[in-house]
Design a binder for this molecule. Structure first.
Ligand code: PL3
Ligand code: FE2
Ligand code: FE2
Length: 231
């Protein structure tokens, strides 16, 4: 296949770009921080996988530092207050599930939903990123596939016992992803990232994950539709 180098005409120094970046960058930093905390929690909940999960949490901490450097590089101050609010509903659902010992729900929120969201966002961002951020994001997205894989492998192994909880957790949490996407749509567009592309990539990654875990195509379609119904 012929690869044509895409010409990047974005001016990363305009106030408009930097203003949008202050929120998107904060969302990503907060997302990596949440992921870091969530994997530490999961390590407590799954003592057999403790070492592996602590390793994943450390990767998330490195991702956070990488994205902080991206903001610094563009002389942007991330709006962390905005980002905290952005993640609050998903954060609350994870905390509630963890308090109840619902490890399946915790895995669905972190290793499926958040990781697929990150994979979609980072893949769409890479071609339109500034050269510094592109390098960092390329490294990060590789790790995110391995985090998604952790969730897939565990859930596939425990599929029979997890299926009902997964469907319930999907129904509760997928609509939150659409709400989050709607909130970020305008700023993402300023960074030349289209909402439709984000949705498409998210649904592909999420659908593939559900397939790998053991859901049938019909089940995946029904589970995907819940997000749309409540959007
Ligand atoms: C898990 O390892 C990390 C979780 C991060 C979640 C990021 C979600 C980002 C959604 C916002 C869309 C835009 C942009 C990306 C630019 C880097
Ligand atoms: Fe990450
Ligand atoms: Fe991750």
């Amino acid at each position: 296949m012929l690869q044509v180098e895409e010409k990047n005409t974005i001016n990363f120094e305009t106030e408009t770009y930097k203003d949008a970046y202050s929120r998107i960058n904060a969302i990503v930093i907060e997302g990596e921080q949440e992921a870091y905390e969530n994997y530490i929690k999961l390590a407590e909940m799954l003592p057999e996988q403790k070492d592996e999960l602590i390793k994943l949490s450390k990767m998330e901490n490195r991702h956070k530092k990488g994205f902080q450097a991206c903001g610094n590089n563009l002389k942007v101050t991330p709006d962390m207050e905005f980002a905290k609010k952005f993640f609050e509903p998903l954060h609350e659902n994870f905390q509630t599930a963890a308090a109840k010992g619902n490890v399946v729900t915790c895995l669905l929120i972190q290793s499926l939903i958040i990781e697929c969201f990150a994979i979609a966002a980072y893949n769409i961002y890479i071609p339109v990123a500034d050269p510094f951020a592109r390098k960092i994001t390329e490294g990060v997205v590789k790790d995110e596939y391995s985090h998604l894989n952790f969730g897939e492998v565990w859930l596939e192994k425990h599929f029979a016992d997890s299926k009902a909880e997964l469907q319930q957790a999907n129904r509760q949490n997928l609509p939150l992803v659409w709400k989050m996407l709607n909130q970020v749509e305008k700023d993402a567009k300023t960074l030349e990232m289209q909402k439709e592309a984000l949705i498409e990539d998210f649904m592909i990654a999420y659908g593939e994950a559900l397939n790998n875990i053991g859901f049938t195509t019909g089940e995946i379609m029904r589970m995907s539709a819940y997000g749309l119904v409540a959007a």
